[in-house]
Write a protein that binds this ligand. Structure first.
Ligand SMILES: [Zn+2]
Length: 60
């Protein structure tokens, strides 16, 4: 039986390491944790990506 809590859980955010696309016309980015490559290329436009941090909801 599923249990539903009426209390809204606050979304916890944390500084997360991400890769962002270096192409200004592209919105591509990904969590670094999801990339196993040292230097991934953008999944949208194949451009180089650079490391950054972004405030994102914490992963459970
Ligand atoms: Zn891109």
């Amino acid at each position: 039986m599923a249990y539903y809590n009426n209390r809204r859980e606050p979304v916890e955010e944390e500084e997360t390491r991400i890769w962002t696309c270096t192409n200004d016309d592209c919105q591509g980015w990904m969590r670094a944790a999801y990339s196993f490559k040292k230097k991934p290329s953008c999944p949208l436009c194949q451009s180089d990506m650079h490391a950054e941090t972004k405030l994102l909801p914490k992963l459970m």
